[in-house]
Design a protein around this ligand. Structure first.
Ligand code: FES
Length: 106
């Protein structure tokens, strides 16, 4: 199972295992990682699952789709590494990915 390291705003690290095919958001919620609210349950309709992908991993996680890009406008303090974590599906290729959680969700 691919691993994800979440780093919260205060620097706390959480290393979790994700089911293959699960989203980064689902792995965070299932493992009690704080800071990802995911109000819409993964429908790309709330932007409260906003995260920053560590720069070493942005090539592998890829670019947001148009709908995600639109929703990211509602995320607080988004930047070029911002993604909605419900739109990143975990695969073995992403094993070890580092995801940073913003201080606040929108
Ligand atoms: Fe709502 Fe990701 S959980 S957009």
């Amino acid at each position: 199972m691919p691993k994800i390291t979440f780093v919260t705003f205060d620097g706390t690290k959480y290393e979790v295992e994700a089911q293959d095919g699960a989203t980064v958001m689902e792995a965070a919620v299932k493992n009690g990682v704080p800071g990802i609210e995911a109000e819409c349950g993964g429908a790309c309709a709330c932007a409260t699952c906003h995260v920053y992908v560590d720069e070493a991993w942005t090539d592998k996680t890829g670019e947001p789709q148009a709908m995600e890009e639109d929703m990211l406008d509602f995320a607080q303090d988004s930047n070029e590494t911002s993604r909605l974590s419900c739109q990143i599906k975990m695969t073995q290729e992403l094993d070890g990915v580092v995801i940073r959680i913003p201080e606040f969700q929108a």
